[in-house]
Every structure is written in C-alpha cells, then in structure tokens.
Design a protein around this ligand. Structure first.
Ligand SMILES: C[S@@+](CC[C@H](N)C(=O)[O-])C[C@H]1O[C@@H](n2cnc3c(N)ncnc32)[C@H](O)[C@@H]1O
Length: 205
C-alpha cells in the first residue's frame, strides 16, 4: 500500500513538472521526473549498472532496480542505510552500502563485473535526519575520483544544481562545472546542464 501511495504522489508531481516545462517555469524536479531523466540518460549512454551516492529512503534505488541489471546505493547515515536495506530487501539486484560515497565509489568501480555505469551523485547533507560527512556536498571531489574510471563510467548525473553556491557548505556552481570540465572535458564526454542536473555523458564512438 505504501508503494502505491508513493507512486500516486510521484505521478502527480511528475504531471506538475510537465506542465511547468510547457510554461517555461521549471523548478526542482519531483522524484519521478528525476527517475525518468535517469531512464533517458541510461538509454543514451548504454548503461547497465547504477551507482547512487545518497540512498535516503531508497526510493530512487527501488525504481532503478527495474531498469538496471545492478544497483549499488551508498548511504552515510547508519539508520537510513539500515531502513533502506529493509525497504529494498526484495530487490535482489540492489546492494545498499553504508559509508561515505567519496571513499566507497572507487572500490565499487574496481570490481570486474561493474562496467557500463551511470553514476547518480545525490549524496549530500539534506537537512535534519540526514548525514553530513566531512564535506556537506562532496560532488566536486567525487568527479575527480570518477575520472580515474573513465573506461567504466558512461554517464554521471549530479542532482540539485541549484543548491551549489547557495546551501551552507556546498561548493559554488562554477567550481562544480570546472571540476567536470577538468575531469571529463577534452573530447570523449559531453557536459551539459539539464533541468537542475549537470550531466556528463560519454559520446558515441
Ligand atoms: C537527497 S538525499 C538522497 C535521495 C535519494 N538519492 C533518492 O533520490 O531517493 C541525500 C542523502 O545523502 C546522504 N549523504 C550525505 N552525505 C553523504 C556521503 N558523503 N555519502 C553518502 N551519502 C551521503 C544523506 O544522509 C541523505 O540521505
């Protein structure tokens, strides 16, 4: 029943987003809109594995388990990670990993079976009840880590672009984009910003 209510609210939110796009009045996308964006980038970049930084309740990991062969989701807060593991216990292709995504991303990407990866960077302090690591928003440093695994990473989506430079402790928008260009600029990746999400996608060869 919980999932039915969740999905109903998500579809209403997605409908609101579509109307806002038609009116050129777009704001922070609702969760189902973000899921549809991930679906579209997955197809564009030919990804089979998702690595999500920031699990929270596990809603995105749950949805993405239906479209990816394997989902790794990393949550820093022990309580949230435990509850998400419980919520996702029926999803055989989802692994919930408790820890700091900045420290865990490399280890996942070094596994032989992990390739054709879409990375969703959404692991940041999000207010009361969520974790704050050494960095409130580690996406700049995470891009640097991901640049060491370019052969496996096909696409990177960074969520909540509007919060960079405005939320306490978040790096500026310019430093995020500079980090994306320093790490992935120069030819083989396309870098754009799409509906509140910087997007780095490997070009087709
Ligand atoms: C915006 S929520 C994630 C929402 C989730 N991706 C979704 O779409 O359903 C951000 C989460 O990141 C977690 N977090 C904060 N810093 C983190 C870090 N360094 N590594 C992993 N998770 C982190 C927070 O505890 C919070 O649960």
């Amino acid at each position: 029943m919980g999932r039915i209510i969740r999905d109903f609210k998500a579809w209403v939110g997605h409908g609101v987003d579509l109307v806002r796009i038609l009116k050129f009045n777009f704001r922070n996308p609702h969760s189902y809109t973000k899921f549809r964006m991930i679906c579209s980038f997955k197809e564009k970049a030919g990804c089979h594995v998702l690595i999500e930084a920031g699990t929270y309740h596990g809603v995105m990991a749950d949805r993405c388990s239906a479209i990816f062969d394997k989902v790794y989701t990393i949550e820093l807060d022990e309580g949230l990670a435990r509850r998400a593991s419980c919520y996702l216990r029926d999803k055989r292709n989802v692994s919930v990993i408790c820890g700091d995504a900045l420290k865990i991303l490399s280890g996942i990407l070094e596994k032989d079976e992990v390739r054709d990866v879409l990375v969703y960077l959404d692991g940041h302090f999000s207010g009361e009840g969520t974790a704050c690591g050494e960095l409130a928003e580690p996406a700049v440093e995470e891009l640097n880590v991901l640049s060491k695994h370019k052969s496996k990473v096909h696409a990177i989506v960074v969520d909540d672009f509007r919060s960079f430079g405005t939320e306490a402790g978040f790096p500026s928008k310019s430093s995020l984009l500079k980090s994306a260009e320093d790490a992935f600029g120069g030819g083989s990746f396309e870098i754009t910003v799409h509906l509140d999400q910087p997007l780095i996608v490997k070009k087709e060869v």
